[in-house]
Design a binder for this molecule. Structure first.
Ligand code: FE
Ligand code: CA
Length: 520
């Protein structure tokens, strides 16, 4: 890192750190009288442990206006947790203070809840009361858990469709929703648009706040947040297309892009049910996290954007991904190229090495499967995925194999297609053993490349059991001790707000102790 950039980062850390730790005047806060409902963005929960879960809301009577229509003063917000859905048996309550600095978001972390049980929660601010959300704590450490139902979502471009996939998802009563990124899109794009951002590309904090608020006004997304806890990670569009660390695809000055990233990260934190551990300081945010569900499953939420090396062989003068032949871009194979960054990678290996869970799920943004995109002497790779970071992928797969991590499954997004594969010990050698499985979910709404492209991928890469980008949808996972079943749920259409029909495109099973998915 250059000296200039380092001192810039330290300066922004110092100033933002100060505001983060000193809310303006909490003791002078008085409950306001709202003339409009301030709970327009709903409620959410996330990151359950055996004794706690993050409870989220944000006060925004006019969610699409700068400041959300809040006056500026500190607002005390009471949260309550109950053991019944009518909130008649409240077991814990407390008060947090919503401030303009953090867009009037609340991230309450009640402690002392009981493991493995349902709870209901709500917020009260002055004369206004939020809808009631349902959540659930995790089982006690390593205690027996027979089953976990998980839904996996990614890529929800607002203009390209309605978030009806979440409505269908809730009909299956998931215990947990995992989002692998592109929760918002910073920019308008696509065909057959059904609604509009009503705003230009996001650059500033107000822009990103407004974008999250807009997405969260979708009733199906709000319902999914209030139905069960979530675990989240980002991909690129929460900030900017194909960005890598401090380089974006416009190849702006890194100092300039880092300021934009700080705005985007802050807005992300403000709108997600993230634990205090993830509080951003300037452009730095510790998003990677682990959550275990008894002895059955551990989730490792990975950040493959903040710390990655620049994408290899970007188009001249630009940053971001490219489709390049390996022979034209030997840089791809440089061993020092990082996808998770050294620190996160060391954290992950430590956490995986200690895991006692039957299933170890690594949730992250981009495709890990080896995909050669063109026939020829030299393979052609999309450099923004793990195919542009083969040394980092090999370190990961080697670790999983050498340490015999139990039943590793990678959950990915980004390509707007369902892709299921076994990850080989040596990615380019299909005769090497399968070490892990990868399940890539299609998009909630975002459009894909043509199916002809995906058909080329499957014909050139026999490791891919399916590559289907024709349908929007999500993954439904059913985990038990001996088996993980993954259903690829394809929506009939996402172009109509009032229709949520879907079919199971295909199902795959992974048997415990036998790495690699098998088609059912
Ligand atoms: Fe996407
Ligand atoms: Ca992406």
């Amino acid at each position: 890192m250059s000296r200039t950039r380092r001192s810039f980062l330290i300066a922004s850390l110092a100033s933002l750190g100060a505001t983060a730790l000193t809310p303006s005047h909490p003791l002078r806060a008085s409950p306001p009288r709202f003339r409009q409902d301030p709970f327009t963005l709903g409620v959410a929960s996330g990151y359950p442990t055996a004794t706690s879960v993050v409870l989220w809301t944000r006060l925004a009577p006019s969610p699409l206006e700068p400041g959300g229509g809040m006056p500026g003063a500190v607002v005390p917000v009471e949260w309550e947790v109950a053991t019944d859905e009518k909130m008649s048996r409240v077991v814990l309550k407390g008060t947090d203070y919503a401030t303009a600095d953090w867009a009037y978001s609340i991230h309450a972390e009640p402690y002392g809840l009981e493991p493995a049980r349902d709870y209901w929660y709500r917020f009260t601010a002055g004369n206004a009361r939020s809808p009631i959300g349902r959540t659930r704590t995790a089982p006690a450490f390593n205690s027996p858990l027979a089953q976990l139902k998980v839904a996996v979502a990614s890529c929800q471009q607002y203009e390209q469709g309605f978030f009806t996939a979440y409505r269908h998802m809730l009909s299956g009563n998931p215990d947990l929703i995992v989002h692998t990124g592109d929760y918002i899109y910073e920019v308008s794009w696509g065909d057959e648009l059904v609604r509009s951002h009503g705003a230009a590309e996001a650059y500033t904090l107000d822009d990103y706040r407004q974008r999250y608020a807009l997405y969260k006004t979708d009733p199906d997304l709000a319902a999914a947040h209030s139905a069960c806890p979530w675990l989240v990670t980002w991909d690129d569009h929460e900030v900017s297309n194909d960005y890598a660390g401090s380089i974006d695809d416009d190849n702006d000055e890194p100092e300039l892009f880092i300021a934009r990233r700080a705005a985007a990260y802050r807005a992300y934190y403000e709108h997600m049910p993230l634990p205090r551990r993830a509080l951003p300081f300037g452009a730095l945010m510790r998003l990677h996290a682990r959550r275990a569900f008894g002895d059955l499953a551990a989730f490792f939420m990975l950040d493959q954007r903040q710390y990655r090396s620049p994408d290899a062989c970007s188009p001249f003068g630009r940053g971001g991904g490219a489709r390049v032949k390996l022979s034209d871009c030997p840089e791809i194979d440089q061993p020092q190229r990082q996808m998770l960054g050294e620190r996160q990678e060391a954290w992950l290996f430590g956490a995986l090495g200690n895991s006692r869970a039957r299933w170890n799920l690594l949730a992250q943004g981009t495709v890990m499967a080896h995909i050669n995109e063109q026939a020829g002497e030299s393979p052609r790779y999309w450099t923004d995925s793990w195919n542009g970071f083969p040394a980092a992928r090999a370190r990961m797969v080697d670790f999983l194999a050498e340490r015999k991590v139990a039943n590793p499954v990678v959950l990915s997004g980004d390509v707007h297609a369902f892709i299921v594969s076994g990850l080989r010990r040596s990615a380019r050698d299909l005769s090497s053993p399968v070490v892990a499985s990868e399940l890539v979910t299609s998009s909630i709404t975002s459009q894909a490349l043509s199916q002809r492209t995906f058909d080329t991928w499957t014909s050139l890469n026999p490791n891919l059991l399916i590559a289907n980008g024709e349908s929007r949808g999500y993954l439904r996972l059913d985990l038990t001790r001996d088996r993980l079943q993954a259903d690829l749920i394809a929506m009939d259409s996402v172009k109509k707000a009032n229709a949520a029909g879907a079919r199971t495109l295909k199902s795959f099973a992974i048997e415990a102790g036998r790495p690699g998915p098998v088609a059912l």
